[in-house]
Design a protein around this ligand. Structure first.
Ligand code: MG
Length: 338
């Protein structure tokens, strides 16, 4: 593991050192009455196949994010580290704004590109999570997504995926060209269409979430949802009361399912809030919903309702090659870690 320094900031909230496990924390917004109380647990693991953990997570109020770095020769962990590092100045603050978060992501994008100059192609990282920000009505969550790490919410027993993947497969799904079942086994499901550090400008999804007591949020890298089906994830979120135990259990399931990728999870419980706000529109329709029983696959729109989404990775699909960012395939014994 490459050790990175953070100036005077203690990197203790940063994986792999112990995070504030299952700690009570209170974040007070600057609004007159806004308060959010959360409790959270975390887990991150190299997995059973890869040599390095290129995921990074940061879980300390008001920041709860996961970054999944990509690029060989340790470049991936540089990308994810540099990106998470941009959120360290927010720790302990109750007055972080949406604009500051957007700037942090833009700065991370520039820094990753700077680090990758002349070194290697394809360095980049996903970024997903929640930041408690000082919104119009007080403290609220700002949802963040670039790439295919994910944010889920469990509310009244139902799990929803709040983030929408920036991936080739998601574009096919949104265009109604494939089904959810086909997406889960699609040979190009590793191709993502946005990442931090790849293009001169990064376009993150940022949206407002109004948290309510009793809700549980999950932030995870694809080492979890690539290995464990949504129903099983929802089962753990519903059935395991303690958020740290739930995080450990999700990690265990991912490893038990093969552990072919790095796995990172943050399970965050909203204990109390006195904000009374509404969510803003998510970046796109929610694509996965898991109710109390079974998995609901959203209805596919009728063909004449489908807006033909221009797909970025259209070239050479016959040979299985697509443009966009290719997250390294699972290394096999003969391929090894690049
Ligand atoms: Mg991954």
């Amino acid at each position: 593991m490459t050790a990175l320094t953070f100036g005077s900031i203690d990197p203790s909230p940063w994986w792999p050192r112990p995070v504030d496990l299952a700690t009570w924390v209170v974040v007070e917004g600057t609004g007159a009455t806004a308060t959010i109380e959360v409790r959270f647990g975390t887990a991150s693991h190299t997995g059973l196949v890869r040599d390095l953990n290129e995921d990074r997570l940061l879980a300390s109020t008001p920041v709860f994010v996961v970054a999944d770095g990509m690029g060989g020769h340790e470049a991936g962990e540089v990308a994810s580290s540099v990106t998470v590092e941009r959120f360290l100045p927010f720790l302990g603050r109750a007055d972080v704004t949406r604009d500051e978060v957007a700037k942090a992501i833009a700065d991370a994008n520039a820094e990753v590109r700077r680090r990758s100059e002349g070194i290697i192609d394809g360095i980049g990282t996903t970024l997903a999570g929640l930041v408690v920000v000082d919104g119009v009505g007080g403290a609220e969550f700002l949802g963040i997504n670039v790439g295919d790490s994910r944010v889920y919410r469990l509310r009244a027993g139902r799990m929803e995926q709040l983030s929408v993947d920036h991936s080739y497969v998601q574009e096919l799904l949104s265009a109604g060209r494939i089904t959810r079942g086909e997406a889960d086994s699609h040979p190009q499901r590793n191709v993502i269409t946005r990442a931090v550090g790849v293009d001169p400008e990064v376009e993150p999804d940022l949206w407002t979430i109004s948290p309510d007591p009793g809700e549980r949020y999950l932030v995870s890298s694809d080492g979890l949802h690539g290995e464990v089906d949504a129903e099983s994830i929802a089962g753990v979120l519903r059935g395991v009361d303690d958020c740290q135990v739930a995080a450990d259990e999700l990690l265990r399931l991912a490893l038990e399912s093969g552990g072919r990728d790095n796995v990172s999870v943050i399970v965050l419980d909203v204990i109390g809030t006195d904000t009374d706000l509404s969510d803003t529109s998510p970046p796109a329709p929610v694509v996965v919903e898991v109710p109390l029983e079974g998995v609901v696959v959203p209805e596919r729109p009728a063909a004449d309702e489908i807006e033909q989404v221009p797909l970025t990775p259209t070239e050479e699909t016959a040979s299985g090659v697509a443009t966009g960012v290719l997250i390294e395939d699972v290394p096999s014994a003969d391929k090894g870690q690049s």
